[in-house]
Design a protein around this ligand. Sequence first.
Ligand SMILES: C[S@@+](CC[C@H](N)C(=O)[O-])C[C@H]1O[C@@H](n2cnc3c(N)ncnc32)[C@H](O)[C@@H]1O
Length: 236
Amino acid sequence: MNKPAFNPGSRLAALGHGFRRLRLPRMNVRKGTRIKRAFHVAIYGYGPEGKATSPSEEETTTSRPAFNLHFRLMSLGYKFRDSFSSRKNILKEVRIEPGFHVLDYGCGPGRYVCPLAELVGGSGKVYALDVQPAAIGEVQNIASKKQLANVETIVSDCRTGLHRNSLDAVLLYDTFHHLSDPDRVLSELHRVLKPGGILSFSDHHMEEKEILARVTNGQLFRPQRRGQNTYTFLKK
Ligand SMILES: C[S@@+](CC[C@H](N)C(=O)[O-])C[C@H]1O[C@@H](n2cnc3c(N)ncnc32)[C@H](O)[C@@H]1O
């Protein structure tokens, strides 16, 4: 299998990723000033106290700062990228059907939320999960503007809070290389997918060999096919 097509917009998104990799000194949130904290949030998307660990700990975005430098750069990169490729075409590779329950893990600014909501229809459900409150805020704005009643958001860095064997498909797009504990995330995705459920994967920062090895390593998923833009794995 060859690597899916590279897209020029990913250069700009990569700039956003670069910002995320900047290292700031570790700060104790109690001792740190508000300015230090705001700076940390702007770069990393979360405060010096660390990321949210579960949806129950941090369910909404309302108490979090709306501005995030990394997030804004990433969104800009994706807007540029989306002018070259259609997300509907990408989703065709996943073969999503009406009534499907789908999780967009690491949804970012929610590029797939509208086409997904349309594909699954009123009887389906779209869960959009991200560790960054700014991303989830953006998705909530989209869902409310477009009156998407079948979209739910989750702030988390791994646990979804969803039922075991409840999902038909999970999208894991350009997120795997960000994960600090990818095997834990894969195990959670395996838990929530129905037997035979679809894990649709892409990551422009990884070679095909690495993708296949990392996703199948834990014996949780088997490769099914590769499309122009994505790799499809099935839950074992
Ligand atoms: C490059 S963006 C991809 C956005 C989206 N999937 C897309 O393709 O348009 C990666 C996203 O993964 C999120 N992310 C990073 N680590 C995460 C984690 N442990 N759990 C959930 N989301 C995470 C980031 O906040 C970011 O929004």
